[in-house]
Design a protein around this ligand. Structure first.
Ligand SMILES: Nc1ncnc2c1ncn2[C@@H]1O[C@H](COP(=O)(O)OP(=O)(O)OP(=O)(O)O)[C@@H](O)[C@H]1O
Ligand SMILES: [Mg+2]
Length: 156
């Protein structure tokens, strides 16, 4: 009798059964490993996006290549900042529209060079007048060099 009671108490105290251990990774994890990436890479690489005045491009590019930057991408873009595009002068004419032509520079660098790149762009792109632009720093998860198949920071 006492033994039966003890058994019942023990059963009541035993933990709620847990779901069986999942042997395969959940779908979202499997998807992430479909490209080659290492958890450390996001610590080792950064993307820098700079929006600058078009006439500053050469000066900025020369400065960046002087720093030893391996590559960059530029595009002609349009945008506005706090003045909503009004009041800005481009090639001597005041723009009546909301979007002012700018150049966007995109480059991926080794993370420990980020501050040098920021300082360089700040120095070269600045006029001190409105519309000088912005610099953004973003995370990078992976990088792959198409010709060789290298990946991670080695592929920059
Ligand atoms: N928050 C933002 N997000 C995305 N792009 C932006 C942002 N702010 C500015 N830009 C881009 O940068 C360009 C230049 O911005 P701008 O230098 O005018 O910024 P601002 O904050 O108005 O500074 P300033 O007062 O010096 O003009 C814009 O035309 C736009 O393309
Ligand atoms: Mg502005």
């Amino acid at each position: 009798m006492a033994r039966a009671l003890l058994t019942r108490l023990h059963e009541r105290a035993s933990p709620v059964p847990v779901a069986p251990v999942q042997l395969s990774a959940p779908a979202y994890r499997q998807k992430q490993t479909s490209f080659h990436r290492s958890p450390a890479w996001s610590e080792l690489m950064k993307k820098i996006e700079a929006i600058i005045k078009p006439f500053k491009l050469e000066e900025v590019r020369d400065g960046l290549t002087g720093l030893g930057v391996q590559g960059m991408t530029i595009s002609e873009v349009k945008g506005f900042g706090r003045q909503k595009g009004h009041q800005e002068i481009y090639r001597g004419a005041e723009y009546q529209v909301d979007f002012i032509p700018k150049i966007k520079i995109e480059l991926i660098v080794e993370a420990d060079r980020t501050q040098d790149v920021l300082d360089l762009i700040q120095e070269k792109a600045r006029t001190g007048k409105i519309g000088d632009g912005k610099i953004f720093v973003l995370p990078v998860e992976a990088c792959q060099r198409i010709r060789t198949g290298e990946s991670g920071p080695d592929a920059l």
